[in-house]
Design a protein around this ligand. Structure first.
Ligand SMILES: Nc1ncnc2c1ncn2[C@@H]1O[C@H](COP(=O)(O)OP(=O)(O)O)[C@@H](O)[C@H]1O
Ligand SMILES: [Mg+2]
Length: 363
């Protein structure tokens, strides 16, 4: 088979934490990563976060608000692309394709629906670069969970490492990829990541996050509330499985002080990840952690207290833990152009390896 062309791609991710847009450049042929490029994070302002929040849990199809906010979201992504290019002395002609994830507002795979707002054609016109979006729709239409979608990228990054290996992404929702010695993949959402902790400190203190895990460190885990939170059928469900950001909430913690609630929600995220570990066919020899949750020392300490193997930030593997999800969508955009599958039975439960993505041209 002829070697596939190495492309330069930009991946764009707006995660369920709603902290903002991650943009990252990647060189890849769709199988192998040839080089990491620069990346950036462009935070959303509180006003735009509120607009996104108002859309969550409602189908965005035929929803005028979702269309308007999707256009604003697209324009913000175009700004992020233009900034990434300008900061690095690059132009549109240096980039082969953009992988545009969009923002998930509604995820109900059992009904065959997953919706990411964002207008691929508009982004292509605004940047002058080809855009691939709508990565998850085919998978869900084919009976898959439509998530997680980073596992094939995790596997590409991990070829040289000893297996079994677990790559844990702690975003708003947390997801894990377990890679077997022969390269086989199992992946699923483990439970909440940062979203409940963020929601809790926003409701109580008007904070965007528990910076440095300060509140959680100051509090004590309430075991009864933790048990109540863990008493959820999701954790016993066999994989493949995925979650909507709205599947969990902080109601059980209502009676707790801010600090005890933060400690308990941190313990909840950690316990749900430990529950996932018990579902793997064999324990991994290490956990490589990406996503914003690895910046929360209280969460990392809770994980280290529960998991038997080393829990290390992705940087220990030479990866860029804040750019990894965005890089994954650069990788998937190239795979989409090549006609390679984006998801597998082991990663989303889809019946057979599934292609996907919708291509938009600038003109
Ligand atoms: N310094 C920090 N201290 C505590 N939590 C942090 C810190 N930095 C990031 N986080 C957490 O990570 C989240 C962002 O994670 P991210 O990986 O971007 O999630 P998503 O992929 O859902 O956007 C923040 O909302 C916050 O909860
Ligand atoms: Mg984010």
């Amino acid at each position: 088979m002829a070697a596939a062309k190495i492309m330069t791609a930009i991946g764009l991710m707006s995660g369920t934490s709603m902290d903002g847009i991650d943009a990252a450049l990647l060189q890849t042929d769709g199988d192998t990563v040839s080089g990491f490029g620069p990346s950036l994070s462009q935070p959303y302002d509180e006003n735009f976060r509120d607009k996104l929040r108002a859309l969550l849990g409602r189908d965005s199809d035929h929803n005028e608000d979702a269309t308007a906010i999707g256009e604003e979201l697209t324009d913000r992504h175009a700004e992020a692309v233009n900034r990434l290019l300008a900061d690095n002395g690059l132009g549109p002609s240096d980039i082969d394709v953009i992988g545009f994830h969009g923002h998930t507002v509604f995820h109900q795979p059992e009904k065959g629906i997953t919706r990411q707002i964002g207008d691929g054609g508009r982004l292509a016109r605004q940047t002058g670069i080809k855009v691939v979006n709508d990565f998850r729709a085919n998978d869900v239409a084919g009976g898959g969970q439509g998530a997680p979608f980073a596992p094939l990228y995790h596997a590409a990054l991990s070829v040289k490492f000893e297996k079994p290996l677990a790559v844990l992404n702690i975003g708003g929702v947390a997801n894990v990829t377990w890679i077997s010695p022969d390269g086989g993949l199992i992946a699923f959402d483990t439970g909440p990541g940062n979203a409940l902790i963020d929601d809790w400190v926003r409701d109580r203190e008007g904070l965007a996050m528990d910076e440095g895990g300060k509140l959680a460190h100051a509090g004590t885990v309430n075991q009864a509330v933790l048990e109540q939170l863990m008493d959820n059928p999701y954790f016993d469900l066999p994989y493949p499985k995925s979650l909507d950001r709205e599947d969990f909430d902080v109601i059980a913690a209502t009676g707790l002080s801010t600090a005890d609630g933060a400690a308990t929600l941190v313990a909840f995220t950690a316990a749900s990840i430990d529950a996932a570990a018990h579902q793997f066919p064999a324990l991994p020899n290490r956990w490589l952690v990406c996503g914003g949750g690895r910046h929360n020392p209280a969460l990392m300490a809770a994980l280290r207290g529960l998991l038997l193997q080393p829990v290390e930030p992705a940087e220990m593997a030479g990866w860029q833990g804040d750019a990894l999800e965005a890089q994954a969508f650069a990788f998937l955009a190239v795979r989409s152009l090549n006609g390679q599958p984006l998801s597998l039975p082991g990663t989303t439960g889809v019946a057979e390896p599934m292609r996907g993505g919708v291509l938009h041209h600038p003109a």
